[in-house]
Each structure stands twice: as C-alpha cells, then as structure tokens.
Design a binder for this molecule. Sequence first.
Ligand SMILES: C[S@@+](CC[C@H](N)C(=O)[O-])C[C@H]1O[C@@H](n2cnc3c(N)ncnc32)[C@H](O)[C@@H]1O
Length: 446
Amino acid sequence: MDRMITRQGQNKLDQRRLLGSHLTPVSVFQDYVLPDLKPLMHDHMFMDLFCGEGNLILPMLDLVPRSERTNYFRMHIFMCDADPEMVDKAISNASDYGIDHEVLETHITVRDSISSYPPMIDAGKTVHITNPPYLYVGHIMKHPEASFQASYFARDNEGYQDLYQLAMMNDLRHGIQKMFYVIPTNFLFADSASRKIRMDFLTRYNISKCRLFESRVFPHTGVNVGVFQFDLDQKGQHRKVEFDAVLENENHRVKRFILDSSNGFRPKMDLPKEQALTRGERLCAKFYLTIDEVRSSSGKSEVILVDSKNFSKGTYAKSTFFVDDRLDRRLRSNPLFVRTVDTGSENGRAGLHDIRKEFDADGIVVSGNTYRTNPIQLFVKPDLTREESVKLMHLFNNKLEKMRLESGSSFMTTYRYSSNPRYIRKYLGLKQVSAIISSFRREDLS
Ligand SMILES: C[S@@+](CC[C@H](N)C(=O)[O-])C[C@H]1O[C@@H](n2cnc3c(N)ncnc32)[C@H](O)[C@@H]1O
C-alpha cells in the first residue's frame, strides 16, 4: 500500500479521499466511547486497525498515570494504518503522551488491514475501536484511481458494498467479541447497499449501544454517521436485534429499533401517516424498458429512445425505433423516469423526472444488464394521463424531499461524499421508489 500511494503520485487530498481518511474528533471518543471502555481498561487489549492519527484510542492514556503509560501501551494497545504519514502522526501523538519509541515502533505499524488482518490477536480479550474507511464499491469500480481497492471485494468479500463492511467482516471472521465502530448510518437504513452486511453481521452481533449523529461530525465529509457498540452474541445466531439509539440532535431523542432478519435487519421506513392507505386504487411501479421488449414490439409508430448505457461527453445517445401501437401507448402514458442518484445540482435531485423535458425523447431503453445508477424508465399501473403523471412527479418529489429533510437523507445511500453537505450525492433505491409511489392513490392525482 505504501508503494502504491507514492507511485500513483496523486495529490494528497485525492489519496486521502481514496483511503476514506476522515479523522474522528477526539471529543467523539471522549463523550461516546471512553465511558464504556473505562471498566475494561485493565483486562482487555484495544486496537484500531485504521487508526489515522490515533484519535479513537490514544486519549485513553489520559486515564493512565504518565509513568505507567509505556508499560500500559505495551500490554494493551495496538494500532495500524495503511497510510505511512498517518502512522508517523500517530507515533508522534503517542510519543507526546510519553510512550517510549521502542514500544511505538512495534505497536503502531503500517499495514493494509483490509487484506491482511494482524496475526496473534486474542479475540476474546481484544476490543476493536475504529472508524474504518468508507468507500462505496461502485465508486471503486468506476474510478481507475481507486482500482487498487477493487480486489478487496473478491472471493469471500464478494457482494459487500463498502470498505467499512469489509472491516466489520474481518472482525467477525476473527471472532472479535466487542467493537466500537464509527460508521455511516447507511449501515442501518440502506437497502441493497448494506443488506448483505446486516444479514451476515447482525445475525451474530447485538447492538449494545448506538448513537446516530444528525449533525456533521467530520470537517471534510457530510456523511451521516453513528457510533455503534457491537457485542458477539454468546448464545449463537439470532434473527432479531433490538436496541435504543440516541439521536444526537438538540433533543437527544431516544428511538427504539427492532430489526428483524425477515426485513433484512432494516428499520421499517418511516413513511408519513397519511401513507397508510385503506381505500382507493393504489399505484404500482415497474421499472426498465428493455431492448428485448422494444425489439419484440416492432411496428409502425416512430419513437425516440434514450440509450441509458451509451453516455459520452455529458449526454446520452438517442436512437429512433418503430414500435407497435401497444408499446407506443405504453410509452405515452409513462412519461417519467427515475433518477436514482443526485447529480449534485439543485435540479438534478434523485426522484421522478420528465423524459421529454430532460432528454427530448419518448422513453429510455436499457440493453444488456440493468445498471441501477443510470436513468430508469418508470411504468405505473393503472395507466395515467400525462397530467396525472406530472402530478405524480410533483407529489413524489415533494414527499421525498420532506422525508430527506426530516431524516437528513439517512434512508438513502451516500454515493459520493462532498465537503459541502448540499453536494453530497445520495442514491435512492428502486424499492424505496416503489414504496413511495404505492403510498399514492389515483384519486390523489386529480
Ligand atoms: C475514517 S479514517 C479514521 C481514522 C481513525 N480511526 C479516526 O477515527 O480518527 C480511516 C483510516 O483508514 C486508513 N485506511 C484506509 N484504507 C486502509 C487499509 N486498507 N488498511 C488500513 N488502513 C486503511 C486511512 O488511511 C485512514 O487513516
């Protein structure tokens, strides 16, 4: 990793972004982790395998008399990080606490701890306190500069969606019994972006404590995070996890979560009350117009379709097709598409958008595998008039914005981080789109 970083010769900021380097403020450790560590301090070991400058572990030493710190460190603390500069800073910070160099050289080391877990860890006695790197696998696969991280997601790690998930699975595989993790709240709320990790991890671990931050924690990323204390369930696997989370806003509201494996250990989405419908014709959403359907519906009506797989120089390619009346009618009564990812501009928010206005086309076709971050043709049942579709678009987008405002978008996956919260790009899952659409009745569109 060391060689890789310097060989690439990128500027430091980019490297840090690739390594997900968002250092936890010491106050987070002092307020939310330290009180639970105190009783464990003398009979446990503590490690941070993604230690950065050491903010999540070194302040423990404040509780140890200076003259005893070197010995305490030797017996109880182990840290590493893939970035040699971070390790140097951690060593320098530890040295300011009065720890001898000879101990620091062996107890704070450069290591790629995602691909190479440190040996000789006493799993029963070691507490992992960490804020691991966060980087979405989709970003890694799409960006050549992040490609060195692609191999992490091979073999046993196939299907996980973010670097932080690999860190957690490494701990699980090594039998670590207690962990404190600072991770994105997407871990709880996202659908496909964190279902697998929840299903594999939360069948084995309980969440003993949880704080969900509703305000900014890191100076360089607006991603919503939580501090989770995980404890291995000594009784074996389970299908339900219940815990109280403190929502760290002005009120410190406590919210009870009951997660069930039948729902992928995901909290039920909090839809506004009026969505619990009993009467009326519920709208139902289907997605994607495939090239096979277009080809098998050939006829005399001319339509222009956007090719969602063919994007170059900032625009999608369009092609003319001749389709039968049935598909022609179907396209005319379905003028909307789903934008699943915020583009980063005010007008480019995830939600429903008008195909004609956006692309000057009649529909959006997908050839081959569907790709969830490209524009996706929406089909709604029952068939709607154009006016009803436009009304649906507005109702949908208003509801989504309201839900985002109320929850800090925590039910959506972060697709691209940014130092400015307004430009953090979020991903909206198609199941979430379906759930919101099915909360409307046709009567709502008149
Ligand atoms: C989110 S920062 C957190 C640092 C520290 N735990 C804290 O909370 O202040 C993540 C750290 O993981 C390191 N990192 C990224 N990929 C790594 C890897 N494969 N192995 C070890 N460390 C890695 C980065 O250099 C960065 O310091």
